[in-house]
Design a protein around this ligand. Structure first.
Ligand code: HEM
Length: 439
C-alpha cells in the first residue's frame, strides 16, 4: 500500500509557492499528481484532497484523539492560552460543546436589528461621490457586530472605545502575527512587540470590565457573552473570566476579517458588468420584501448570492488536521505527524460539481443544493466554523441593507485577484468602489 501520495519534491519552492499563490500552487499540484497529493512544506508534509468522497472521510472522523492542534505558541499572545482554535482532543470537544449553543442558527434572529444598524452606520461614513474600499466597509460592519452581538456592549460611547482599542491592537499585532517567538520580545519596553503588549492590555481591561458589567444581568440578556457566562461544562463548572476573555479574543480574530472579506467579494461580483442580471434579480427580490431582518435573512436568491460568493471567493484555502497516529485516507496509509486536509477552493471549482466553475451564477445554488462535502467554506466535522450561522445571517442582512439603501459603482476594471492577506485570503486591492451621487 503506498504511503504518502505523490507531489512536488522541493520543500523550499513549494513553501514559497503556497505562501505566495496558494490556489494556483494547489491546483497545479493536483493537476500534475492527482488527488490526493502531498505538498512538502517547511513545517512538514501536507496531504490534501479536493475529492468530496475523501473530504467526507476527513470531516467524518469522530475520534477526538486522532488529531493534534495546529496551535502554535506564537499565536498564544493574540488569542490567549484558552482558545478553541488552539485546543485539540478532549479539551477541544469539551470547550466546543459549551460554546456551540449560543451560535445556533435560531439565536441569530436576536441580532438582526443590530446587524442592520451596524451596516447603516458603516454606510453613513461614505459620502455620495466618495471612493472607498468595500473591504473597509465590511470590516466596520463585522467589528461592530462582534462588539455588540458577541461582547454585548450597548452604550454608544463604549462601542466606540472597544472599536478603537481592538483596531489599535489588531494594527499592532498583524505585522508580527506569525513572527517566531524569538521576535516576541520587548527590550527596554520598546519596539513593535512592546506596542502590541500595551494595546493588548488595553483590550483586556475593556473585556474584563465588560464581563463584570454583563454578569450582573446575564440571565436576562441574549448576547453571546451572557450565554458564555451562564453556560456550564459537563461537570457543572463554569468558564473563568480569563477563559472567557481568551474566547472573546478568538471570536474577534476568527470572525472579523473573514466575514468582511466575503462581504467585499459579494459587492464586487454584484457590480461586475457581466453579472448585471444577478444584480437586477436581487434588486427585484429585495423590492418585494419588508425591512424586517428575519424576512431579509430568509430571501432565497440573496442566500444563493452569498453561497455563490463563498464558493468562488475562499477566505481559507485549506483546513488541516495533524495526525497523532497513522491513519488511512483512500488508498494511502498516512504516518503520524502528517497533516491531512481539504483544499477548499479546489472542491469549489470542480467542473463535475459546478459546471463552468469560474462563472458567478447564484442560480446554480438554487437548482442543486450541494452536499456537505461539496460546499465547504466553513470546513467540516468536529472543527467546523463555530460562527457559520452568525456570519451567514450577518452577510445576508448587511448585503440586503447595502443594496437597498446605497447605489454603488465598481472602480475595478478587472476581477480583483485573490491573494494571501494578513491572516486569510482576500481581494488584493480591498475592492475599490464609489458611492454614486444621488444613489
Ligand atoms: C464568512 C465568514 C467565515 C468563514 C468563511 C469562516 C471559515 C472558517 C473555517 C474554514 C474554519 C476551519 C474549520 C475546520 O477546520 O474544519 C473556521 C473555524 C472557526 N471559525 Fe470561522 N469563518 C467565518 C466566520 C466566523 C465568525 C463570524 C466566527 C465567530 C464570531 C468564527 C469563528 C470560528 C471559530 C471559533 C473557529 C474554530 C472552530 C474549532 O476549531 O472548533 N468564524 N472558520
Amino acid at each position: 500500500m503506498p504511503a504518502l501520495p505523490p507531489g512536488p519534491r522541493s520543500t523550499l519552492w513549494t513553501s514559497f509557492a503556497v505562501m505566495r499563490e496558494p490556489i494556483g500552487a494547489m491546483t497545479r499540484a493536483r493537476d500534475k499528481y492527482g488527488d490526493p497529493f502531498t505538498l512538502p512544506l517547511a513545517h512538514g508534509n501536507l496531504v490534501l484532497t479536493a475529492d468530496p468522497r475523501l473530504a467526507r472521510e476527513v470531516f467524518g472522523i469522530t475520534d477526538v484523539d486522532l488529531f493534534d492542534t495546529f496551535g502554535s505558541t506564537t499565536l498564544t499572545p493574540l488569542f490567549g492560552q484558552h482558545s478553541l482554535l488552539l485546543m485539540a482532543g478532549e479539551p477541544h470537544r469539551r470547550e466546543r460543546k459549551l460554546l456551540l449553543p449560543p451560535f445556533h442558527g435560531e439565536r441569530m434572529r436576536a441580532f438582526g436589528a443590530t446587524m442592520a444598524d451596524a451596516t447603516r452606520r458603516a454606510l453613513a461614513t461614505v459620502a455620495p461621490g466618495q471612493e472607498f474600499r468595500a473591504l473597509d466597509l465590511g470590516l466596520k460592519v463585522s467589528l461592530e457586530v462582534i462588539i455588540r452581538a458577541v461582547y454585548g456592549v450597548e452604550e454608544r460611547a463604549l462601542v466606540e472605545r472597544h472599536t478603537a482599542a481592538l483596531v489599535a491592537m489588531l494594527d499592532a499585532a498583524l505585522p508580527i502575527f506569525n513572527a517566531a517567538e524569538v521576535f516576541q520580545r520587548a527590550p527596554f519596553g520598546l519596539g513593535p512587540w512592546a506596542k502590541f503588549l500595551r494595546r493588548s492590555d488595553e483590550v483586556d481591561c475593556l473585556l474584563y470590565e465588560q464581563i463584570d458589567r454583563v454578569r450582573e444581568r446575564a440571565s436576562e440578556r441574549d448576547d453571546i457573552l451572557s450565554m458564555m457566562l451562564n453556560a456550564r461544562y459537563e461537570d457543572g463548572s463554569r468558564m473563568t473570566d480569563r477563559d472567557i476573555r481568551d474566547e472573546l479574543r478568538t471570536l474577534l480574530i476568527a470572525g472579523h476579517e473573514t466575514t468582511a472579506t466575503t462581504f467585499a467579494a459579494a459587492l464586487e461580483e454584484l457590480h461586475r458588468p457581466e453579472n448585471a442580471h444577478v444584480r437586477a434579480r436581487l434588486h427585484d427580490e429585495l423590492a418585494h420584501a419588508s425591512d424586517a431582518p428575519e424576512e431579509l435573512a430568509r430571501l432565497p436568491y440573496l442566500g444563493a448570492v452569498i453561497d455563490e460568493t463563498l464558493r468562488l471567493h475562499p477566505v481559507v484555502e485549506m483546513v488541516l488536521r495533524r495526525l497523532r497516529r497513522p491513519w488511512r485516507l483512500g488508498d494511502h496509509e498516512l504516518p503520524a505527524g502528517t497533516a491531512v486536509g481539504v483544499a477548499l477552493p479546489l472542491v469549489h471549482r470542480r467542473a463535475d460539481l459546478y459546471p463552468d466553475p469560474t462563472r458567478f451564477e447564484p442560480q446554480r445554488m438554487l437548482d442543486r443544493k450541494p452536499g456537505a462535502s461539496e460546499f465547504v467554506p466553513f470546513g467540516g466535522g468536529n472543527r467546523r466554523c463555530l460562527g457559520a450561522a452568525l456570519s451567514l445571517y450577518e452577510l445576508r442582512i448587511a448585503l440586503a441593507v447595502t443594496m437597498r439603501e446605497a447605489t454603488l459603482a465598481l472602480r475595478e476594471p478587472k476581477p480583483v485577484p485573490i491573494v494571501r492577506r494578513r491572516i486569510t485570503l482576500g481581494p488584493e486591492t480591498g475592492v475599490r468602489m464609489q458611492r454614486v451621487v444621488g444613489g
